[in-house]
Ligand binder design. Sequence first.
Ligand SMILES: Cc1ncc(COP(=O)(O)O)c(C=O)c1O
Length: 355
Amino acid sequence: MKVAFTSDNIAGASDVVFKAMMEAAQGDAMPYGNDDGTAQVTRMLSELFECDVDVFLVSTGTAANVLSISALTPPWGSVLCHSDSHLLNDESTAPEFYTSGARFVGVGGADAKMDPAQLKKLVSQKIGDVHSCQPSVISLSQVTEVGSVYSLDEIRAITDVAKIAGLPVHMDGARFANALLALGCTPAEMTWKAGVDMVSFGATKNGVMGAEAIVVFKQSLEDKGISSEKVAKELGYRRKRGGHLHSKMRLLSSQMIAYLSDDLWRVNATHANAMMALLQEGLKTVPGVKINTPAQANMLFCTLPLAMIDHLQAEGFGFYGGRWEEGVIRLVTSFRTSKEGVEAFIKSARQFATK
Ligand SMILES: Cc1ncc(COP(=O)(O)O)c(C=O)c1O
């Protein structure tokens, strides 16, 4: 494949992350997260988020999402998330499996962002009715599955509904860094200061080999009358039960330490977002290309003439298509995407459009 915009997880890992893992693999360290590195990750994330947090490292984003939510909902609960969310569409039945069968309910809204009005209706329906599932958690994705980013006000509009209903809010931050840089705010501002109680802090898509952090904002939960101690305890047992308590946790922590050190996470996401901005600007000038949802971070959905898609694929460019409406493709840039690759893609599309 010449250049691939298939996903941000087709890129491997940043060299420093790999080096940190190699170093952590030397010598002995206590297993199952009882090593110094794992404690350091908690300290680093507390500092990053400017508050006291509990942290649980896992190796996939799906595990981070479903474990987080499972500690917040009873089996008879419902979890409200966007109809296009990864939770509803791309995590098989892991959400039901980990939550022992809680109901995941899709909420509508433009650009894969939940509409607060619809959410408000759903969280107040059939409360106390033993025949109905009971709203228990709200989960939003930041970046969303179509590449848009909730503004701080839009996050607050969701969390305000949650607050009135007394519900905890989880954020699927598989592309947390990309969203944060798009907004230009602090991690605290995009999460607990905006009413988010727990985040799946993604790293794998942005330069880490395979490590994600469940971050629990203890005070935020307490403020909603939810015992953060109970949630942390549950997460510990649930992570083990779910097969995500790595014995050599130090290999996951070493990745996260490298990721959080020297602003690697910012550097990588800045590059990925810049490459997407370049790609989007270029594609806007190509006849026949329609931008579906303007990319704010590192993912773009656009519609191309079918023959142009065939041409680009024949030229060796990689991307997903055929999963959505006819002609819709998804382009994703990463910390490894090259400027030359972006320019080659635009040039090839333009050559086809104008021949
Ligand atoms: C929005 C979102 N959430 C979560 C994930 C994590 O998924 P995985 O279990 O593949 O690491 C992804 C990966 O594609 C994603 O796009």
